[in-house]
Design a protein around this ligand. Structure first.
Ligand code: DHB
Ligand code: MG
Length: 627
């Protein structure tokens, strides 16, 4: 199989796109006609640029409104095709992709279309070129791959083949079994695209919401299994029309494409046992059993404020690093690292972003295997000098340049606290916080699918449905990725409005990052009492919320009163309950959350608008608590 990326996936000029595609280690490129039309040079110059970067143009597309035209359009369409063949010869591309006719003038009939393709095949073959036919899911007469295959079969010409585009096939829910009996050499091109489940017309869905395999909800793996059954070993390219990709970084989207292909083909290999491509062997997705620590990058001043907050939340200083200005704060199974060192990664991070979370450490079953998988997936491994006797904890770059460390028991990395730190003050009762429940990360809207794929490709996590949350300043999209057992829960937030708290946080932080960390407790009422006694200021929740809660639930007045007294919000799904409270945001917008889950799986989405409104009100307060 030879893989490629279509220029239409990316932002920028043709030159920028080609450079990004080459940098992401693709060997092939699909040239979209518009990218060539807007290129400031001849097709021969484009060819030189493409070849100089080690790429090959695997197809030129799309050629529209071809089959089934009555005269006089029919003659014109063939003349137009000849012009495209001229361009292709100059461009160094031998395959023209023809998508099914959408013109109201088009006449139906498989036989007529087959005759047109036979003639086009004759003309192409004379020049040593080929043509391939794709059924657009909104084609006027042909919108089903079984019909486009019938056209190709009846055209009966060696220069005429089929295009299978996973979007058009899967969006319509077309039965996949007919794919299995198509002779593989008749499939000239396979285009892969995923998409989120949306209820809209095929054209709009396709032109704006496609995404890379794994980022959406279509049954891509079933499609690949059917394709695999044919013995197909030809051209496979990613063709994504997506508004966010067009606005994002071409380089990072191209890498995402490569990453998604590797994961998709690896999945196929695992399912079928077949050798796929020259794919390197990937360690399997990391099994994550929780968050070992959250690390803050601070300076001397902000360390004081953060440590006061941690103390208020029931943490105690439990360790001091042997050689660095780094302390460990502990409570239950929870570890917070406060890094005020004057050198190294956290220091640089602090200079760029201010007081913020600079790293998360995940407990996994095989830390080095996880980084090895990350490297194979083109993630960025991270290393910094390790002091004598200290542990070298493997890491990769995560969101906003932060780090994701991996700690395991098997290779003793979980001895980190005993090796790198001097233990102190181990005996205390905290405020009942037991673990990190979830971490929420705010990012640019255009990056959201990148980070979704980053986590999904590296870790054994599932993506939850996207939630749309109303903030007083606009709409926020929120998507969780989590392990099946909930040991790891990460929430990805992004907004197109500049006025939401999520977007304002990005401005304050100078980049994407962790906006809040939620801690789990087994008894939120006791925890909140303790927090109050410790002088922690919780986010006030309006009276109206509690009046409504009393009206819409069967909670007793006493229970509602308890919630009101603690500024605790409440949600329920069936008999599962969720209780949540928030600290007031720090300078910069970071905050903590306390949650008690009673079998509940969500994140209290119904409460989010009320909470965001309260936070917005306070954000206009000139004196937020400082770190
Ligand atoms: O949206 C389109 O018109 C279009 C063009 C070419 C393709 O390969 C395709 O799948 C869709
Ligand atoms: Mg297509």
């Amino acid at each position: 199989m030879r893989t490629a990326l279509a220029t239409v996936c990316l932002s920028g000029t043709l030159t920028e796109k080609i450079e990004a595609i080459a940098a992401a280690q693709f060997k092939g490129v699909e040239i979209f006609e518009n990218d060539l039309l807007s290129f400031n040079g001849t097709p021969a110059q484009a060819r030189r640029m493409i070849e100089d970067l080690g790429l090959e143009t695997i197809t030129f597309q799309p050629f529209r409104d071809f089959e089934g035209m009555p005269e006089p359009q029919r003659s014109k369409v063939f003349a137009r095709a000849e012009r495209k063949f001229d361009v292709m010869e100059e461009l160094g591309c031998d395959l023209l992709m023809v998508c099914s006719n959408v013109s109201p003038d088009a006449l139906g009939g498989i036989e007529r279309a087959a005759a047109d393709f036979h003639e086009l095949g004759e003309r192409a073959a004379k020049r040593g070129l080929r043509v391939a036919f794709e059924a657009l899911s909104w084609g006027r007469h042909i919108h089903d791959y079984r019909d486009s295959w019938e056209v190709v079969r009846r055209a009966d010409h060696p220069a005429v083949g089929l295009v299978l585009d996973s979007f058009h096939v899967l969006a319509r829910g077309t039965d996949l079994s007919a794919i299995r009996s198509i002779p593989p050499e008749r499939i000239f091109l396979v285009q892969m695209a995923d998409a989120p489940k949306l209820d809209m017309d095929y054209l709009s869905w396709s032109r704006h919401y496609r995404c890379f395999p794994g980022q959406g909800d279509l049954p891509i793996d079933d499609f690949m299994l059917a394709l695999h059954a044919t013995g197909f070993d030809g051209l496979l390219s990613l063709e994504i029309f997506n508004d966010r990709f067009r606005a994002g970084s071409a380089r990072s989207v191209a890498v995402d494409g490569q990453r998604s292909l590797i994961v998709m083909l690896d999945e196929l290999r695992r399912r079928t046992g077949a050798a796929v491509l020259d794919l390197p062997n990937l360690p399997s997705k990391a099994q994550c059993s929780g968050i070992e620590f959250v690390e803050f990058a601070v300076d001397e001043r902000s360390a004081v404020g953060l440590e006061q907050t941690l103390t208020g939340l029931g943490f105690r200083k439990a360790g001091v690093h042997h050689s660095k200005a780094v302390t460990r704060w502990r409570q239950g199974n929870l570890n917070i690292v406060v890094n005020a060192d004057k050198e190294g990664f956290a220091h640089s991070f602090n200079i760029t972003h201010g007081t913020s979370v600079c790293a998360l450490a995940l407990r996994v079953s095989d830390a080095r295997g996880t980084v090895e998988r990350a490297v194979r997936l083109l993630d960025q491994p991270f290393q910094q000098p390790v002091g004598p006797g200290e542990m070298d904890v493997p890491a990769v770059r995560g969101l906003g340049g932060s780090l994701l460390y991996f700690v395991d028991h098997e290779t003793g990395l979980d001895r980190l606290w005993d090796v790198d730190f001097k233990r102190i003050d181990d005996d205390f009762t905290g405020a009942g916080l037991t673990a990190v429940d979830h971490v929420s990360q705010s990012m640019h809207y255009e990056e959201m699918l990148t980070w979704l794929l980053f986590y999904m490709s590296l870790l054994d996590v599932q993506k939850m449905p996207v939630q749309t949350v109303i903030d007083p300043g606009g709409v926020v999209q929120s998507q969780a990725v989590e392990t099946r057992d909930g040991a790891l829960r990460l929430v990805l937030n992004a907004s197109q409005s500049r006025h939401t708290l999520s977007s304002r946080f990005l401005t304050e932080l100078f980049g994407s990052g962790v906006q809040h960390v939620a801690f789990a407790t087994g008894d939120i009422f006791a925890t909140v009492e303790q927090l109050k006694a410790n002088g922690v200021d919780l986010l006030p929740i309006p009276e109206n919320y509690y009046d409504d809660l009393e009206a819409r639930t069967d909670l007793t007045a006493e229970n509602v009163e308890r919630l009101r007294g603690g500024n605790i919000m409440y949600d329920r799904e069936g008999s599962d309950e969720y209780l949540q409270a928030y600290t007031k945001a720090m300078e910069g917008g970071f905050f903590f959350e306390i949650v008690e889950r009673r079998n509940y799986r969500g994140y209290g989405a119904t409460n989010a608008p009320i909470r965001l409104a309260s936070q917005s009100r306070l954000a206009s307060d000139p004196t937020p608590p400082t770190f």
